[in-house]
Design a protein around this ligand. Structure first.
Ligand SMILES: Cc1cc2nc3c(=O)[nH]c(=O)nc-3n(C[C@H](O)[C@H](O)[C@H](O)COP(=O)(O)O)c2cc1C
Length: 200
């Protein structure tokens, strides 16, 4: 659902405004993000819940204006590059696919590493919003090249990239992106939830 007129950001139930006010713009302002601000966002991610408290999330980042930033941009799909190049920082959200179990000599495959990393990214995004920073997740990137060029070992998965910055003026965007620069709606809760068994 992307048409805000058809699905305005009005919650069905009285959630904190944080949840409906966070959204993912593509237009970023020139402002840089200090390392200390990024640390606050990673701190929020750190406190996410995870299966067995394994904390499988890892973050690799580059700030705009550093040599690493161009490398990160280059790993994104061309469409994402068009707007993410103006973000203040790009973060690769990585998770460890293996789990250390008490009493086992070798780690076992983790069934929840992506789920856990998703929780951490959500913490990061919500904390960013609370401090006036916008975030935009991206699954559109070259997975093989990113794994190699960011030196991510094979027992880890790059789940997504995240662009972070202050929201900017949509006029900086290419036409296709400008038209989409509005918060999207959501399916009603009634379409997502049922009691007892899966009846959709
Ligand atoms: C894991 C993930 C991957 C995404 N990949 C992309 C992407 O590659 N390019 C893009 O423009 N937006 C991407 N998005 C943004 C989603 O389209 C956006 O979050 C969704 O439409 C809901 O909008 P909102 O975040 O503004 O509420 C991604 C979001 C997530 C969470």
């Amino acid at each position: 659902m992307t048409d805000p007129a058809a699905a305005p950001r009005v919650p069905d139930h009285p959630v904190d405004r944080l949840f409906v006010e966070r959204w993912s713009p593509r237009a970023f302002a020139d402002e840089e993000i200090p390392r200390g601000e990024l640390s606050v966002l990673f701190e929020a991610a750190r406190w996410a819940p995870s299966s067995m408290n394994a904390q499988p999330w890892r973050f690799v980042y580059a700030r705009r204006g550093t040599p690493a930033f161009a490398r990160f941009v280059d790993l994104l799909n061309p469409r994402n590059q068009e707007w993410a190049v103006r973000s203040a920082a790009l973060v690769a959200v990585v998770s460890r696919n293996l789990l250390d179990l008490p009493g086992k000599d070798a780690p076992v495959p983790s069934p929840t590493h992506s789920f856990d990393a998703g929780a951490a990214w959500a913490h990061l995004a919500l904390q960013a919003h609370l401090r006036g920073w916008a975030t935009h997740g991206m699954a559109g990137f070259d997975r093989e090249r990113a794994q190699r060029e960011l030196e991510v070992p094979s027992d880890h998965t790059i789940e997504a990239f995240v662009a972070i910055g202050r929201t900017g003026d949509p006029s900086v965007l290419p036409e296709w992106a400008r038209a989409r620069e509005v918060p999207s709606g959501r399916r009603p809760v009634a379409e997502l939830v049922c009691e007892g068994s899966f009846r959709f």
